[in-house]
Design a protein around this ligand. Structure first.
Ligand code: AHR
Length: 660
């Protein structure tokens, strides 16, 4: 894990920050003007509770083009010619490819493919030099001026004549930004690579560049497959890596863990069809098994388990893979399960996953990890078994088989169970009963509910949870306001923030949380709201993103017990709309978080009991927006005067973070 490195770097930075505070170099502002509605908060600095170091994570699922066409930096769409009508209506092996010009033959063939997992490939030939096979990408290709792109493809000549092919980048207006010639001169599959440099970037706001293959030899055919174009400038410069700006946006959240590959993608609609078996997502790209995405498009799985774990390591987050226990998605219309006489595969997959992630390089799966470029173990600690399946006896018996095998072979792994898709109800109750019976360490609760529910119910949901049973992972949640698409607004984000103050307060029992879903590509949404929206050129952070970032970058190791009291100034329902939490971070900082979703400002007189060395001022960040139900927002940073007693003014509809 990179956690240690990241931790010590943060400590170093924090030491500088603390030094600055001790020297009183922060400006000391005038005290805040007090609001009419007043409350008090007592923070007992010596009364603390150890809380989880995995509290704020991210939920990554290939939904809304989150992976292919999204986080995965591959620019060529349908690079493997494996798109089918099962992926999406009207799709086939030629989708995303077009012929530009007259006299080109472009066929799909299946004889002697590169690999059985990748049975289709393209065959191109021309009567005379001129026409090109063009890939339109995922809504076009984004090119940056001067940037280098790694082109590669598998190719073979289909007859006795070698074929020269020009490969090139096309601008938004059809100009060639760079081209190179490659020779297809083998009768067996050969991997050909070349680097292209864009002489210019896109001119259109929404990049609509293209990419082409142009045969330069007439009357000779070439077979092509795994046609790939990657920017060299990926996140952390990884080959087969992630789109830099998107991955950085995720890294900026400082997630303590990353859940993948779903969500419903983890089990698909059917164990026979679109279930995500992790072994099909590792090894050489051309040998991975593309599958239809459960959300209705093609999944290459170029972003597979290795790349997910590499990303986790790169950002200092724990990996939380969710694997199937052999039971279909309960929303598939019927529940089917892997027959008992085929469960060996499911059980073995779970056990082998630990070997792949952590095993010695002398083991089969550890050796594959090493071959893929990571001889050192990834340090996998958590595995989720199942995703909100119906908690039927078919589920329970299969869960137990996988769980028992993991416990026997890898007792060091912390298993995360599932308790259905809702915050209550049949699956929830049965799931919890079963989890207690099986001593499952953590269970995954899901709730997509209206914003008020987060204030009135979720905020105090965990205050009285049993501390002795399984712990909680609030694994999928989001406040769903009315609308089509459902919007992310100041209201939804602040109501989620109120819930998260409750998560921090109960950080001894709620060990993990993640908002869902994470990514949504404009024009390709199966689900709203999402935390981050994007196109090929743009990233739109939402109010929810900013709340998640305020919690993630200000996560604590200890909760500092406190009381917030408005006496008669607010009635019970109003008081629920103002929430606070206090934590101490791993570098010794104190962070106070406040959310006020009343339509008026309130002032809180804060008393720091048993405090030592309080600096004269603290940094204050305020998130708000012009309207409660709008999606626009602003973040302001300034300072607040501190003391053993000080006043915090909380404007209407704001989240405020004070750190010292
Ligand atoms: O987050 C979107 C979907 O919601 C997930 O795939 C699924 O687990 C849940 O129903």
């Amino acid at each position: 894990m990179n956690r240690k490195t990241t931790g010590s770097m943060l400590l170093a930075l924090a030491a500088i920050a603390l030094g600055a505070a001790a020297c009183n170099s922060l400006p000391v502002p005038d005290p805040d003007p007090e609001a009419e509605t007043k409350g008090t908060m007592t923070v007992n600095m010596s009364d603390t509770l150890k809380i989880s170091d995995t509290m704020f994570g991210i939920f990554f699922e290939d939904i809304n083009y989150g992976a292919d066409g999204g986080l995965y930096a591959e620019l060529v769409a349908n690079r493997d010619f494996e798109c089918t009508p099962a992926d999406a209506g009207g799709w086939n092996a030629k989708t995303f490819w077009t012929v530009d010009g007259q006299g080109m033959k472009f066929d799909i063939a299946t004889t002697d493919p590169i690999h059985a997992n990748n049975p289709h490939y393209g065959v191109i030939s021309v009567d005379a030099v001129g026409p090109r096979l063009v890939n339109v990408g995922f809504d076009g290709f984004r090119y940056e001026k001067g940037a280098k792109y790694d082109f590669s493809m598998f190719a073979r000549q289909q007859g006795d004549t070698p074929v020269k092919i020009e490969v090139g980048l096309l601008s938004d207006t059809g100009d060639v930004l760079d081209s190179k010639t490659i020779d297809v001169k083998s009768k067996t599959w050969d991997k050909l690579s070349v680097v292209l440099t864009a002489s210019n970037g896109n001119s259109a706001a929404d990049a609509c560049g293209k990419f082409y293959l142009k045969p330069l030899t007439a009357n000779a055919a070439a077979a092509v497959d795994m046609v790939s174009l990657f920017p060299q400038d990926t996140f952390m410069g990884r080959k087969n890596g992630l789109r830099k700006d998107l991955a950085q946006t995720l890294a900026d959240l400082k997630p303590q863990f990353v859940r993948f590959p779903g969500g419903c993608v983890a089990h698909g609609n059917s164990w026979q069809d679109d279930c995500y078996y992790w072994k099909d997502s590792v090894g050489a790209l051309e040998e991975r098994k593309p599958i239809k995405n459960r959300w209705g498009y093609h999944q290459t799985r170029g972003l597979g388990y290795f790349e997910y774990m590499q990303f986790c390591e790169d950002i200092g987050a724990y990996a939380l893979p969710i694997i199937t226990v052999g039971v279909d998605c309960q929303f598939a219309g019927r529940q089917q399960a892997v027959p008992m006489d085929q469960m060996d595969r499911i059980v073995q997959d779970a056990v082998d996953l630990v070997e792949f992630a952590n095993g010695d390089t002398s083991t089969k799966w550890g050796a594959l990890r090493a071959k893929m470029g990571h001889p050192k173990p990834f340090g996998l600690k958590y595995i989720g078994l199942g995703n909100e399946e119906q908690i039927s006896s078919a589920f329970e018996v299969r869960f137990k088989m996988v769980n028992d095998a993991l416990k026997a072979k890898h007792p060091e792994i912390v298993v995360v169970g599932t308790v259905g898709p809702g915050a209550d109800g049949g699956d929830f109750d049965e799931g919890w009963k079963f989890a207690r019976q099986e001593n499952v360490p953590i269970v995954d609760e899901h709730f997509y509910r209206d914003p008020n529910w987060f204030v009135n119910s979720a905020q105090h949901r965990y205050d009285n949870y049993d501390r002795k049973g399984p712990k909680v992972y609030a694994g999928e949640y989001a406040a769903h306001a009315r609308g089509n698409p459902r919007p992310n607004t100041i209201e939804t984000a602040l109501d989620e923030a109120i819930f998260l103050t409750g998560v921090e307060r109960n950080g001894d029992v709620v060990l993990m949380s993640s908002y869902a879903p994470l990514l949504g590509k404009h024009g390709h949404m199966q689900w709203t709201p999402n935390m981050i929206y994007f196109s090929n050129t743009k990233i739109d952070k939402t109010t929810t993103y900013e709340v998640q970032k305020l919690f993630g970058t200000n996560a604590g190791t200890d909760y500092i017990r406190n009381t917030l009291d408005f006496g008669n100034a607010l009635d019970r329902r109003q008081a629920l709309r103002v929430a606070a939490s206090a934590v101490r971070t791993d570098d010794g900082d104190v962070v106070l978080k406040y959310v006020n979703t009343l339509d008026r400002p309130v002032s809180v007189t804060v008393t720091l009991d048993n405090a030592k060395g309080i600096p004269a001022s603290a940094e204050r960040t305020v998130l708000t927006g012009p309207t409660f139900t709008g999606k626009d927002y602003s973040l302001t940073h300034n300072y607040i005067r501190l003391g053993e007693k000080f006043v915090v003014n909380l404007p209407a509809n704001t989240m405020t973070v004070i750190r010292f």
